[in-house]
Ligand binder design. Sequence first.
Ligand SMILES: [Ca+2]
Ligand SMILES: [Ca+2]
Length: 327
Amino acid sequence: MSPKLIASALVCLLLTFTLSAMAVGAVSSSGTIINVPKDYPTIQAAIDAASAGDTVLVAPGTYYESIQMKSGVTIKGSGADVTIIHGDGSWFKYPDWAYTVLGANDSTITGFTITGSIYGIICYNSSPTITNNVITCNRWHGIFNAQSSPTITNNVITGNGSRGIWSRNSSPTITNNIITGNVYSIFNYNSSPTITYNDIWGNGFNSISNYRTSPIIANNISADPLFVDPANGDYRLQTGSPSIDAGTNDAPGLPETDSDGNPRIVDGDGDGVAIVDMGAFEYPGAVPPGWSEGRKTGWNGNMPPGLDKQDKTPQGFDQGRKEGWQR
Ligand SMILES: [Ca+2]
Ligand SMILES: [Ca+2]
């Protein structure tokens, strides 16, 4: 086992002990909002009660259940750092298909950590949108696709025991993700995937495997994404991360906010052009010269002339909602 994979295993062990912060994301939907656990104690009970157009909004916490998505229903966590779905061992079709999330057509899952099963997400004859999630510490594949065309945008897929994404007879669109620390990156068989603007780095095998496949593969990078503290489950991006402003604003299913409900799209490298980052968390913006970055507690550092309190924002800048700077 390489040091990197050992580190991933440690993250898996630590995962449930390191998540404590609170965050609530915003929802824009014309349907009904169903709250978990306020309205229903489990995510699945809320999904079962939902109709097409509804949103199931899940409060921070760890939910020990495997869930089946429903056509037309959005399932929204409060941020991948605080809202965890840990599979309960439910099986799908075959004895080796334990899953945490089972996809459905025209549905969205966003803002969760998805962990603790053999497959994190199974798409079987289904094409959901999967965005703003951390998919980690599943025994085999992070996402398994069969006869499916899911939209996989702006996730972190890391520390899974086999492939980050495995596809058969499928046409997934894979954009703006960070795929790292898995044993293998992406495997395609008899498929037509579109794989663009992802950071694929630090897997046991980074090369994308294609058999009887006609892929579109372009504009991906392979560089350390410089997560803030991956050993403790913090997959935000550090200053200088190559994943900042490295995605595409044309990604299908691009979310309006990041996993924590903070603004997307932000100009993270200060060049005046706002481009979405790769991964589940948008870097909050360039730090002005002479200032240090203030994560989670707002900005700090040397006060600019005329300012004497931390709750004031220098001219030309808006204060980040939870951390750092935005122009
Ligand atoms: Ca950005
Ligand atoms: Ca920029």
